[in-house]
Write a protein that binds this ligand. Structure first.
Ligand code: PBG
Length: 328
């Protein structure tokens, strides 16, 4: 026998011990499940690029929400897909817009879930950009008033929290001011603080019909070469009053999640986006990887990087794996 003082393998000798010494702990209470609602009746249509994820018409929504709650996932983020779009995304803040009706219904039918509204314009604008256009450029300051209005309308309809995903400068402050003026000073803001211009959103844009009609989102979403800039974005959102900050996407941005977690004292969320989901589903369906193991490993890596909250299309599966003690 070798005289080895350190034998790291000692702590790997049994399942109970391995669980005892786990460094990363996670819990179902940290999961948020993104869902899509659309106009129409009796619709539960599978999103072709996101197998296993659906667009629901309002009448089919409560059943789907009940399944989320039954799985032990405490929170959902809702995305609306309107029938009609226009230049200024009117459908995003109208009182009888799809998302406003969804929140009212959801709060009434499945009140135990915690509801988060994604605040953005791209699903509602005819040009598919996340704000008001000036020529082909998204006008930052003009867009702020619209975002604030969208956030307020979602909260009035019942959203418990709002999450601006547009990446305009100053939107957190604009939303905070609008909510406070209207008596909603206790409604938190989770800002998509560092949201990169990413090809990982491709399947989402199919799902929501929100791909830009021209150009791309690089004049407002971040350049993926940058890491320090994410820290700057995070701090400026905190200054403006963000309560939770989010990094998005997750898997290719674990370093950014780590930076945020180390440098700030507010909760850090990570959004494992549609393309991350689609890649796992595609590879698993071909038999190239084992789906369940890959779901567990990738999600754990995001928590290990420092996220305390995870938005993921695998939320229901992860809740089950946590119940089984496979991870967590
Ligand atoms: C809206 C928004 C997007 C996502 C969340 N909110 C799309 C985008 O920025 O193009 C992407 C979510 C995903 O890919 O799962 N701006």
């Amino acid at each position: 026998m070798m005289e080895l003082t350190n034998r790291p393998r000692r702590l790997r000798t049994s399942p109970a011990l391995r669980k005892m010494v786990r460094e990363t702990r996670m819990d179902k209470s940290s999961l948020i499940y993104p869902m899509f609602v659309r106009e129409g009746e009796n619709i539960k249509e599978e999103i072709p690029t996101m197998p296993g994820q659906y667009r629901y018409s309002l009448d089919r929504l409560p059943q789907a929400l009940a399944e989320v709650a039954d799985a032990g996932v405490p929170s959902v983020m809702l995305f609306g897909i309107p029938d009609h779009k226009d230049e200024c995304g009117t459908g995003a803040w109208s009182e009888d817009g799809i998302i406003q009706r969804a929140f009212r219904l959801a709060k009434r039918e499945v009140p135990d879930l915690y509801y988060i509204g994604d605040v953005c314009m791209c699903e509602y604008t005819s040009h598919g950009h996340c704000g008001i256009l000036d020529g082909e450029y998204v006008d930052n300051d003009k867009t702020l008033e619209y975002l604030a209005r969208i956030a307020l309308s979602q909260v009035q309809a019942g959203a418990d929290m709002v999450a601006p995903s547009d990446m305009m400068d100053g939107r957190v402050a604009a939303i905070r001011e609008k909510l406070d003026e209207n008596g909603y000073c206790t409604v938190p803001i989770m800002s998509y603080a560092a949201k990169y211009a990413s090809s990982f959103y491709g399947p989402f844009r199919d799902a929501a019909g929100s791909a830009p009609a021209f150009g791309d989102r690089k004049s407002y979403q971040m350049d993926y070469h940058n890491r320090k800039e994410a820290v700057k974005e995070v701090f400026s959102d905190l200054d403006e009053g963000a309560d939770i900050i989010m990094i998005k996407p997750a898997l290719s941005y674990l370093d950014v999640i780590r930076d945020a977690a180390e440098q700030i004292d507010v909760p850090v969320a990570a959004y494992s986006v549609s393309g991350e989901y689609a890649m796992v589903k595609a590879a698993a369906s071909l038999g190239y990887v084992d789906e369940e193991s890959i779901i567990c490993e990738t999600a754990t890596s995001i928590y290990r990087a420092g996220a305390g909250i995870l938005l993921t299309y695998f939320a229901k599966e992860l809740a089950k794996f946590m119940d089984q003690g496979r991870i967590g």
